[in-house]
Design a protein around this ligand. Structure first.
Ligand code: GLN
Length: 304
């Protein structure tokens, strides 16, 4: 049939239908990924610019050459372990779809607990000053900004590549009340008083075996690893935050599931009160909030 020639690749065999390519890709990924078919579908949807429902409804659709090559490349990268979020460039978090890339951590569902707790702390009607340290892709700052139009938010990161992504995510979600600043924790933070300081800092112990497994291998080490017990960043943030919190201000930190006890003790030692740890959906103690009752100018309170 003359018509079928339209689809033929003159250099090699005719391009397969997307349905056949999907089956082949899923089989290739089977030994490499626990979600082989889903991965193959997501990447195919990305290449075609279509929803996954399209793939099911129209499996006979043909690729063009560029799409076929792109799909092969993506499947190859996935076979080598590259996380899906880096291959598609996006990940859902809270109520948004966020741009991500190898310069930032891939958003985790457990970090939504931090947003949930922050929203309980921030009344919707009152303008409040929020500082986020180590914003990465900006998911926390941007999600809070979307929920709290009256808040003024400063989000920092030591990595300017991460800040570029965070700025794009703020623009993408049309929030203009988040400022971004390049800073090594508190080093470049202007002298100001915050109602809430929030952070999902690196908290994995240097020798933790999960640093060499799965998606984590491809993520920036600087966003994951923090000293021999994983507590270095948590400690330095909790210590310094006292200078930037107004009386009655809150510190809210994500942490590893074995760190809640040590972190709570440390917070108490630093003079924080109302220390409260909550667990994520898997039941792991994952985030701790505390209240700073004092004022570093007052000798009753010990400050750094
Ligand atoms: N929850 C992440 C992990 O276990 C670590 C994130 C972090 O260090 N902030 O991979």
């Amino acid at each position: 049939m003359a018509n079928s020639r339209v689809y033929e690749n003159p250099c090699s065999a005719p391009l397969p239908s997307i349905g056949a390519a999907l089956e082949e890709a899923a089989a290739q990924l089977d030994s490499k990924s626990q979600s082989a078919r889903l991965d193959a579908e997501i990447l195919l949807g990305r290449v075609l610019g279509k929803e996954r429902s399209f793939l099911r409804a129209w499996p006979e659709t043909r690729f063009d050459n560029v799409q076929a090559d792109r799909y092969r490349e993506l499947i190859e990268s996935r076979k080598n372990g590259m996380p899906i979020a880096y291959l598609t460039g996006y990940r859902e978090f809270w109520s948004g779809n966020f741009k991500v890339g190898p310069d930032v951590l891939i958003p985790r569902p457990e970090t939504e607990l931090l947003v949930e707790m922050a929203l309980e702390i921030i009344p919707s009607e009152r303008p409040m000053a929020i500082l986020e340290l180590g914003t990465g892709s900006g998911i926390i700052a941007v999600s809070l900004a979307m929920e709290r139009p009256g808040a003024s938010i400063l989000a920092t990161d030591i990595s300017s590549a991460a800040l570029d992504i965070a700025r794009r995510n703020a623009a993408r979600h049309r929030v203009d009340h988040v400022q971004f600043l390049n800073s090594d924790w508190f080093e470049s933070i202007p002298d100001a008083e915050y109602d809430l300081i929030i952070s999902n800092p690196p908290y994995v112990a240097a020798g933790d075996p999960h640093l060499v497994q799965g998606d984590v291998v491809f993520e920036p080490e600087i966003a994951l690893k923090s000293g021999p017990s994983g507590m270095n960043a948590l400690e330095s943030i909790a210590d310094q935050a006292r200078r930037w919190l107004g009386p009655g201000g809150h510190l809210l930190l994500e942490h590893g599931h074995h760190q809640a006890g040590d972190l709570s003790l440390m917070l108490r030692r630093f003079g924080y009160r109302d220390i409260d740890t909550r667990s994520d959906l898997q039941g792991h103690p994952r985030a701790t909030q505390s209240l700073w009752p004092g004022n570093c100018r007052d000798s009753e309170f010990l400050c750094p």
